[in-house]
Design a protein around this ligand. Structure first.
Ligand SMILES: Nc1ncnc2c1ncn2[C@@H]1O[C@H](COP(=O)(O)OP(=O)(O)OP(=O)(O)O)[C@@H](O)[C@H]1O
Ligand SMILES: [Mg+2]
Length: 279
């Protein structure tokens, strides 16, 4: 089942000269893990903002084409209503946290939806458990570590029970431990909770291991699309776009160039296996 579909989608910000995204045709299946790659300014964040209706409902500009979320055009529903289907997590967790305690932060969106107290309680407990924030219910969010703040932002989104979560560089501001916590949480949400994930992330090693499909954006357009191992096969093109290659791919590409291996794109484990077989 297709849960998100964009149809000839283009968007130009007000007063901008160029379109930030152009002719995007994308279909995302239920339960899929889609990775988005691209250099700075290629339109990744703009695309994310169209998926939960912030563009065109809150951010205005020239919006062409359509985005359908579960068959409904985002032109026809408010972002508040859409947030129960598509959750958005941004790069900077601080920008999404404004309550006095962890628990209030998670409850906030639910209270606004008019959900009854028992159900709110259940959802808070569930979100705390999944994100590993149990025991921190009464903490003041600014006192949390970076990884905890980002997991709290994810918990607040999760409490809305969205089927789809869009994450725009959620680990960019985190230290390696925080990054690891957030990436493992994203994997768990997809693989164990069946949530559809759309993730902008520069850690291509992670994409190679966990994304079902990746798209590569360049100057507002999707220029490549496929399974990560297929896309990363185009090592030279990706490098020219400034996209970091997974470590195993860099080594694999060099070994392929020297005729030692047949295939370049491989995860670390596969690379080790291939080398063992060669030796
Ligand atoms: N609010 C805005 N007003 C005008 N132009 C904007 C606005 N936001 C982004 N743009 C422009 O739209 C284009 C795409 O930007 P976008 O932020 O979507 O790229 P990105 O791939 O997310 O980049 P980054 O990796 O730096 O986050 C860029 O040319 C950018 O300058
Ligand atoms: Mg961005």
């Amino acid at each position: 089942m297709i849960v998100v579909e964009t149809e000839d989608l283009s968007f130009k910000y007000r007063r901008a000269e160029e379109y930030a995204i152009k002719n995007i045709n994308l279909k995302v299946r239920k339960g899929e893990f889609l990775g988005i790659l691209g250099a700075s300014g290629s339109g990744k964040s703009t695309l994310c903002l169209t998926l939960n209706g912030i563009i065109p409902n809150s951010i205005k500009g020239k919006f062409e084409g359509n985005v359908y979320v579960k068959g409904v055009s985002t032109r026809e529903v408010s972002p508040a209503k859409l947030s129960t289907t598509v959750g958005l997590v941004l790069q900077n967790p601080e920008s999404q946290l404004f309550n006095m305690t962890v628990e209030e932060e998670i409850a906030f969106g639910l209270e606004n939806l008019g959900i009854e107290a028992d159900e709110i309680r259940r959802r808070i407990n569930w979100a705390l458990k999944i994100t590993g924030l149990q025991g921190l219910e009464n903490e003041f969010p600014p006192n949390l570590s970076g990884g905890q703040k980002q997991r709290l932002a994810i918990a607040s989104v999760l409490a809305m029970r969205p089927e789809i979560i869009v994450l725009d560089e959620p680990t960019a501001q985190l230290d390696p431990i925080g990054r690891e916590q957030v990436l493992s949480l994203i994997t768990l949400l997809n693989k164990e909770q069946g949530i559809t994930i759309i993730l902008v992330e520069h850690n291509t090693d992670y994409m190679l291991s966990f994304a079902d499909r990746v798209i590569v954006m360049d100057r507002g357009e999707i220029i490549m699309e496929g399974k990560p191992e297929e896309v990363f096969e185009e090592a030279e093109l990706l490098k020219s776009l400034g996209i970091r290659l997974p470590a195993s791919i860099k080594i694999g590409a060099e070994l392929k160039r020297r005729g030692i291996l047949e295939k370049a794109a491989m995860t670390e484990e596969e690379l080790i296996e291939a080398l063992k077989n060669r030796l």
